[in-house]
Design a protein around this ligand. Structure first.
Ligand SMILES: Nc1ncnc2c1ncn2[C@@H]1O[C@H](COP(=O)(O)OP(=O)(O)OP(=O)(O)O)[C@@H](O)[C@H]1O
Ligand SMILES: [Mg+2]
Length: 411
């Protein structure tokens, strides 16, 4: 593990100066099937005191977190981002006091690099948003620590870490993510974004990317990192930022060019991540042959072709998806990546499209595996209404009953 204080390059370009600078610091609906709570996000800026007082989370002392993480032991580092390291720790489930390793509640403690208080604003933004927004697809913020120069955040531990690691890390620990799981993760993270954009929350997330999608033991996806989030603008309006922040490759082109920020900027970023999941490639990768550095430019010409799409799909999931399923997923990504923000779908539409896709892909797999076992499913009333061909031909599967043994979609 490195020093733990290294930084990611984030996009942060001063606008209207023709500069394309980067900085080494990061400055800076619900689809209706599960409960979500939000104590109405205030649309006016609040003071630090107000934010800390109104959040429903615990204030930890630095010593408590030091003990919970065994003195921030290097071997308990879960990962490292632009602000610093994230450590694994343990607290008592009831009292939230430090617990013996391996007992009680597992937590992830993000310790901000305190040099120059660079991350203070983002630390506070995280508490402002995650201290009030609750949804199954947002990571739970348990508490924070503000003591002298120390700024820490305490989250629920996400056992499977980030989607980034699963998609792009090559090691025996990280097996290729199966197609079924990719769809599940895409759907879960789409639901998280849809909730943020809903009237209940009205938040623009601004940093949707694979490293901010965390996975629990069931591969349920949860969004983390609200340091760059912003209250959504009034209807029909967009924010104009003086500084563009986000991550290269994920930020929408109009936002990068003009600073105009709307929820459609998040939809673009979602399209980028979906494409990364389909292709198993990073959006920007200088290690690829020339012409393949930019995933969107490289993949786009292949995405709507029945004959060519296999060329760009991740070879590690070959045989797990139907042609129609791949085309459908690619068409969702293409729509999200429309250069014109108005042509991009709302996240609610994306959620619905992914739900249908996931259901029809599960059905195709179920029918195929039954056929392999020699059962003629056409005789089974459960399957009689529609054939596998209907599914392959992209007919809606909305009314089709799910095979009884197919995993229930947990939302
Ligand atoms: N709640 C958590 N549970 C388990 N692992 C976590 C948790 N939060 C973060 N991590 C791990 O720590 C890593 C670093 O997270 P962090 O949010 O600090 O940075 P990042 O998202 O990788 O980069 P950036 O600073 O650009 O946002 C994550 O990629 C993930 O592997
Ligand atoms: Mg992050």
């Amino acid at each position: 593990m490195g020093s733990c204080w290294s930084s990611r390059i984030k996009a942060e370009s001063p606008l209207h100066r023709g500069a394309s600078s980067s900085s080494s610091r990061k400055d800076g609906n619900n689809s209706g099937d599960f409960s979500s709570r939000v104590s109405s996000m205030p649309q006016t800026p609040r003071t630090e005191g107000e934010i800390l007082q109104s959040s429903n989370i615990k204030s930890f002392t630095f010593n408590e977190l030091k003990t919970a993480t065994r003195n921030f032991r290097p071997d308990s580092v879960l990962g490292e981002g632009g602000f610093g390291c994230v450590f694994k720790g343990w607290i008592d489930e009831q009292t939230y006091t430090p617990a013996k390793p391996g007992t009680g509640l597992v937590i992830a403690v993000k310790r901000l690099n305190t040099e120059g208080f660079q991350g203070h604003k983002e630390w506070l933004a995280e508490i402002n948003y995650l201290g009030q927004l609750y949804h199954p697809n947002l990571v739970k913020l348990i508490g924070y620590c503000l003591e002298d120069e120390h700024r820490l955040l305490v989250y629920e531990f996400m056992p499977r870490g980030s989607l980034e690691n699963h998609l792009f890390r090559r090691s025996s620990y990280y097996q290729p993510v199966p197609w079924k799981i990719r769809l599940k993760v895409a759907l879960g993270s789409a639901k998280g974004l849809a909730f943020l954009h809903s009237d209940k929350a009205k938040v623009i997330y601004r940093d949707f990317k694979t490293s901010n999608i965390l996975l629990d033991s069931n591969y349920d996806a949860k969004l983390s990192d609200f340091g760059l989030a912003k209250d959504g603008p009034a209807a029909g309006k967009s924010h104009v930022s003086t500084r563009v922040m986000g991550t290269y490759g994920y930020a929408a082109p109009e936002y990068m060019a003009t600073g105009h920020l709307t929820e459609k900027s998040d939809v673009y970023s979602f399209g980028v991540v979906l494409l990364e999941m389909l292709c198993g490639r990073r959006v920007l990768d200088k290690n690829r042959p020339s012409g393949e550095h930019n995933l969107i430019e490289w993949a786009k010409p292949f995405l709507s072709s029945k004959r060519k799409i296999f060329h760009v799909m991740d070879t590690r999931i070959q045989g797990q998806y139907s042609l129609n399923g791949a085309l459908k997923a690619a068409s969702i990504a293409i729509k999200c990546l429309s250069p014109e923000p108005k042509s991009r779908p709302h996240m609610n539409d994306v959620v619905r499209a992914l739900e249908q896709l996931k259901e029809s892909e599960e059905l195709v797999v179920a029918i195929e595996s039954q056929q392999k076992m020699g059962r003629d499913l056409s005789a089974d009333p459960k399957y009689r209404r529609r054939s596998a061909n209907d599914i392959y031909n992209g007919k809606s599967s909305a009314s089709y009953p799910r095979p009884s043994y197919a995993p229930a979609v947990r939302t």
